[in-house]
Write a protein that binds this ligand. Structure first.
Ligand code: NAP
Length: 309
């Protein structure tokens, strides 16, 4: 029997509808809506799409959202000046600098930006202060993608406490905070990465398997225990026809989408896993919409915390 599909679009819609009255109440009390500043450097088409969809969802939820654009040639110092200005803005409760930053900014640029955003406006949950609070189980602002995964599990009725959870990937943005959240919710956890030996023997133990590698269709059926819940965080744009044709039969929906667009966004989980897993997030339409919903939620939380200070 094919796996139950965990519909991130539907869950994100519910979260947004829950946020709307709380945003209205804040706006009535504060005389202004919660404000989100999105900073976009350069003209990466995928980043443009992500930012457009964040702006749209923020508007639908009643938040103020502004976009600050810098050219691809901007220096890290220029970007940090924008962040500093937004840190001091009364109208903005949350600041999100869209990644990836242009390579010319240097290898430490992402980290320098995470450090520069004021912890109270850090709606990405990546400032060391917020990460430290997460380790101690008392964070108010938590990285959006992993907290979105927890919301999806909770709202889908999938028990976390007592489960065996395996996270593949240990990035600061996804893997590490995901692992912390699962442990805080009483899962027994293993983190895997590129140096893990016999990965499949570890992932096959998972009741909840989170794939955050950025390697399209990497996790095939032999990595998955029958009946497991599989969360596919990966999103990789693939233009390789041979790869798409290995994964999707001609005439299938995904193959037709590839023919129309010349590319497909693929997750880290092989399509055949649908036949083994108990529940599975699709890509697209799984984790991605939750990431945006949690960004909106974090912006409201940041606004409430700043107003209550
Ligand atoms: P990342 O920084 O590149 O980290 C990838 C992780 O996967 C690393 O820890 C790496 O191990 C591990 N890995 C790579 N190859 C592996 C292998 N063969 N076996 C085991 N582990 C392996 O990526 P990220 O930022 O965490 O993102 C991961 C994926 O999630 C990407 O596709 C990204 O686009 C997607 N993403 C989606 C959303 C969303 O909203 N849906 C949000 C954020 C990210 P090492 O540490 O040993 O190198």
């Amino acid at each position: 029997m094919p796996a139950r599909r965990l519909d991130g679009v539907a869950v994100a819609r519910v979260i947004q509808s829950e946020l709307r009255p709380a945003v209205e109440a804040f706006t009535a009390r504060a005389g202004r809506p919660p404000g989100l500043a999105l900073v976009l450097v350069g003209d990466n088409p995928a980043s443009e799409l992500y930012v457009a969809s964040k702006l749209k969802s923020a508007g639908e939820t009643g938040l103020r959202a502004d976009i600050e654009r810098l050219p691809a040639s901007a220096t890290l110092a220029e970007l940090l000046r924008v962040v500093d200005r937004l840190n001091r803005s009364d109208a903005h409760d949350g600041i999100l600098v869209q990644s990836p930053l242009p390579e010319a900014m240097g290898p430490g640029a992402d980290r320098a930006v995470f450090d520069a955003v004021s912890p109270e406006k850090d709606v990405d949950g990546l400032h060391p202060v917020n990460v430290g609070r997460l380790v101690q189980g008392r964070a108010a602002l938590v990285a959006c993608t992993p907290s979105g995964v927890i919301e999806l599990l909770d709202r889908s009725g999938i028990p976390i406490a007592g489960s065996r959870a395996v996270v593949v990937g240990r990035s600061d943005i996804v893997g590490k905070p995901m692992a912390l959240l699962l442990v805080l919710r009483h899962a027994t956890l293993t983190i895997c990465h590129s140096r893990t030996k016999d990965l499949a023997s570890v992932t096959r133990e998972a009741d909840i398997l989170v794939a955050a590698l950025g390697r399209p269709a990497f996790l095939t059926t032999e990595f998955v225990k029958p009946g497991a819940t599989v969360i596919d965080v990966g999103t990789t744009k693939v233009e390789d026809r041979a790869m798409v044709e290995r994964l999707f039969a001609p005439g299938s929906k995904r193959h037709a989408a590839f023919e129309r667009r010349g590319s497909l966004v693929l997750g880290d989980v092989h399509p055949s896993v649908e036949q083994v897993a108990g529940a599975l997030t699709p890509v697209p339409g799984g984790v991605g919409p939750l990431t945006i919903a949690m960004l909106l939620k974090n912006t409201l939380t940041a606004a409430q915390l700043r107003a209550g200070r």
